[in-house]
Ligand binder design. Structure first.
Ligand code: NDP
Length: 486
């Protein structure tokens, strides 16, 4: 038997790679190494879920003063300081990166701060010139945001860049209608930036339940986001020189400023390329201080040396794997966003754990990609699990239980917010096929509803559960009559 340096070499120090490495080393006692060319923690910790959620929390404070006043508090609008927030955020990211590094170290994993590529199915070449061999190689190299193929697209920023802006812009155009576009539209609007969003399709958040998408779009507009559907960029160019004076910081933006309210202007939005002139598919050309492309992410599969090993790569660059995350080469596996299956952190972690079971514990474990609960951190949030009404209709006869109302907390303060609670139920066997919630903290709610739905709960199981009163989510167990059948 060949004598390898390691039992396992992991390429990529994000959530999936780190979990697989430390479980294989710590629990199984395998000899493991991991290479990461950037910061440990990957997209989720360094330039995705974690800093994004901190920004969501930060932006939500803009609504607090008016809500507080509705409850009798004498609270005045304050001001938001982007540099203070970023300072705290960066300290937190440093702390988390340190935890990731020490988890690996404490599990006995050797780490290389270098880029890795495969020389052959058992040999890894590192950018520092070293070479290592391993019995098994796991690719967990993640993905990266992409710009559309239009002239001057480099003038726009992508989600990675948001966290490095030295100042917030006065105005931003966000292109796209997916998770990232909608989340950042809400975040930046809450922080006082004038937000325009172009989405090329008929409604944002394609693939989610239509009713939920409609309510989110309506709420975003109500909060001041200029959402333009059926619109895309045709052309972009640097804005005229005299425009650049208007590049601004929202550092002094009044808390609670809506997109329409003016903000005090300061230094330019450093980190971006300067103001941009944009010609849309409909309407007059406009200028924005920053253009953010949130037009999807592609897998990081290039320059890994895979093609020569007979490993199949898909149209978007995804590494093709079987149900056990094995590639076309027997000793090479891939997990997480680089495989473009379900691009969510907890899924990558699951795939990493299943890989360890399969390869190191002699327990072949396929990853279960069914009924994955998820949340979109718009304001209000959406929590969802299972089939949308539209997808369920295609499969079988259904009943739809649905209610939309003004929740007590904000209605009391005279605010117009609405929430949505929806169950899609099989008429054939009464199973709840889908649950869709649009409400503050919907992500927290759907985690729990997801357990019941994953267990195969029927509508009658929901009905038998006593309501928690007074809450928004009690409606999930009190809807008695179907809104419609199909
Ligand atoms: P998505 O694939 O969700 O959305 C991409 C958006 O860009 C779509 O609206 C798409 O339109 C549009 N688009 C694509 N190409 C073009 C183009 N050439 N011109 C104009 N518009 C275009 O990608 P995101 O970048 O938002 O997110 C990537 C992934 O990251 C998500 O799918 C998700 O898995 C993950 N993620 C999860 C989060 C969470 O769990 N809360 C948060 C953020 C990201 P169309 O609909 O017409 O294709």
């Amino acid at each position: 038997m060949a004598d390898y340096d390691y039992d396992l070499f992991v390429i990529g120090g994000g959530s999936g790679g780190v979990r697989a490495a430390r479980v294989a080393a710590g629990d199984v006692g395998a000899r493991v190494a991991l290479a990461e060319e950037d910061r440990y923690g990957g997209t989720c910790v360094i330039r995705g879920c974690v800093p994004k959620k901190l920004m969501v929390f930060s932006s939500e404070f803009s609504k607090m003063p008016s809500l507080g006043r509705g409850y009798g508090w004498d609270i005045q609008d304050g001001s938001f300081d982007w540099s203070v927030f970023c300072g705290h955020m960066n300290e937190e990211l440093d702390r988390l990166e340190g935890i990731y590094r020490s988890l690996l170290k404490n599990s006995g994993v050797d780490t290389f701060d270098a880029r890795a590529r495969l020389k052959d199915a058992h040999t890894i070449e590192l950018s520092n010139g070293e070479t290592r061999t391993a019995k098994t190689i796991l690719i967990a190299s993640g993905g990266h945001p992409v710009r559309p193929d239009i002239p001057n697209a480099h003038l726009g920023i992508v989600s990675d860049d948001i966290f490095h802006l030295e100042a917030l812009p006065k105005s931003i155009l966000i292109v796209g209608g997916g998770y990232i576009a909608c989340e950042f539209a809400c975040i930046l609007n809450g922080l006082g930036v004038e937000v325009t969003q172009y989405y090329r399709g008929a409604q944002i958040l394609r693939g989610f339940d239509d009713e939920a998408r409609g309510l989110i779009a309506e709420s975003m507009r109500e909060q001041g986001i200029d959402l333009k559907l059926g619109t895309n960029i045709v052309e972009m160019a640097p804005a005229s020189a005299d425009h650049s004076a208007s590049a601004a910081t929202a550092t002094d933006a009044a808390m609670g400023a809506t997109a329409q309210q003016s903000v005090e202007l300061g230094s330019s939005a450093k980190g971006a390329q300067g103001p941009v002139w944009v010609k849309p598919t409909s309407g007059a050309p406009r200028e924005f201080d920053v253009v953010l492309f949130a037009t999807g992410r592609d897998p990081n599969s290039r320059d890994l040396g895979l093609e020569d090993l007979g490993i199949e790569i898909g149209r978007r660059g995804e590494i093709i794997v079987d149900e056990f995350s094995k590639t076309g080469a027997d000793s090479v596996y891939a997990i997480g966003d680089v495989t473009n299956r379900v691009n969510l952190t907890p899924v990558a972690i699951r795939e990493g754990m299943a890989f360890v079971e399969t390869v190191f514990k002699d327990n072949p474990t396929a990853v279960d990609h069914e009924l994955i609960p998820s949340a979109v951190f718009t304001q209000p949030e959406m929590g969802t699990v299972g089939l949308s009404e539209e997808d369920a209709r295609e499969k079988e006869e259904i009943e739809v239980y649905c209610t939309s109302f003004r929740p007590m907390r904000t209605a009391f303060a005279g605010q117009p917010d609405r929430v949505l609670m929806k169950l899609v139920v099989s008429k054939v066997n009464r199973t709840v096929l889908g649950c869709h919630i649009v409400a503050p903290d919907a992500g927290e709610m759907i985690q729990l509803a997801g357990i019941a739905i994953k267990m195969g709960a029927t509508k009658e199981d929901f009905d038998r559960t006593v309501a928690v009163h007074p809450t928004m989510s009690e409606e999930i167990v009190t809807m008695k009559t179907p809104m419609r059948t199909a």
